[in-house]
Design a protein around this ligand. Structure first.
Ligand SMILES: Cc1cc2nc3c(=O)[nH]c(=O)nc-3n(C[C@H](O)[C@H](O)[C@H](O)COP(=O)(O)O)c2cc1C
Length: 186
């Protein structure tokens, strides 16, 4: 199985999750390619991979701009190449887990849902089956927004994602891979 682990992280929270995903996959004996989106220069052919983990922090209810730019470019490229078809038929072995880290100061998980839905659309258009949508709490780490880690809808989220959050991610990775390999044997 070709696995892509691609993410955008501005203040480091999503990177911690992505590295936990990588570590867990490697412990399970899988080969995984991890790509950190940094800007215009990222060239990745997601169609080479039959399992993708894609994640971002949430900023103004959406993923990071470099990730959205990448998704726009890829959608355009694959549309031109005829890979995006009406009704988006499924690619039989293609699966994706979409996740975010978020602080939810105002409306909790509701302000993270648009980001996850946004990220899933590139893959759904391409025929990947979305097998997981994960929401991981991430503290506000910039000086200007630090208070939001204490006084928001989610309460005190300082230090998150913490060890327990990352362990939860590891368990979910194991679970989703197990579920996916069972599907393959039918
Ligand atoms: C500039 C900025 C804007 C943010 N906007 C939101 C937001 O709209 N909704 C939300 O739930 N969290 C928001 N957050 C919190 C981040 O989503 C959270 O800290 C996340 O873990 C950041 O991921 P990163 O460290 O990988 O960049 C914001 C954080 C920053 C720094």
């Amino acid at each position: 199985m070709n696995i892509l682990n691609i993410f955008f992280s501005s203040t480091g929270n999503t990177e911690k999750v992505a590295l936990k995903i990588q570590e867990t996959l490697r412990e399970m004996g899988h080969t995984v390619e991890t790509v950190k989106i940094t800007g215009e220069n990222v060239a990745v052919d997601v169609l080479k991979y039959d399992f993708v983990f894609v994640g971002s922090g949430v900023y103004g209810q959406l993923p990071g701009i470099p990730l959205m730019d990448l998704h726009r470019r890829l959608l355009q490229k694959y549309s031109t190449a005829g890979e995006v078809k009406p009704a988006s038929p499924r690619r039989s072995s293609a699966r994706v887990v979409v996740y975010c880290t978020y602080g939810g100061v105002h409306t909790g998980i509701n302000e993270a849902i648009p980001a996850v839905k946004y990220m899933g659309q590139l893959y759904d258009h391409l025929g990947y089956t979305i097998v997981g949508e994960w929401y991981v709490v991430g503290a506000y780490r910039t000086e200007a927004l630090r208070d939001r880690s204490i006084d928001g809808r989610l309460g005190d989220i300082r230090g998150r994602p913490n060890e327990a959050d990352l362990q939860d991610v590891a368990e979910k990775v194991k679970g989703i891979l197990k579920a996916s390999s069972l599907v393959n044997t039918y």
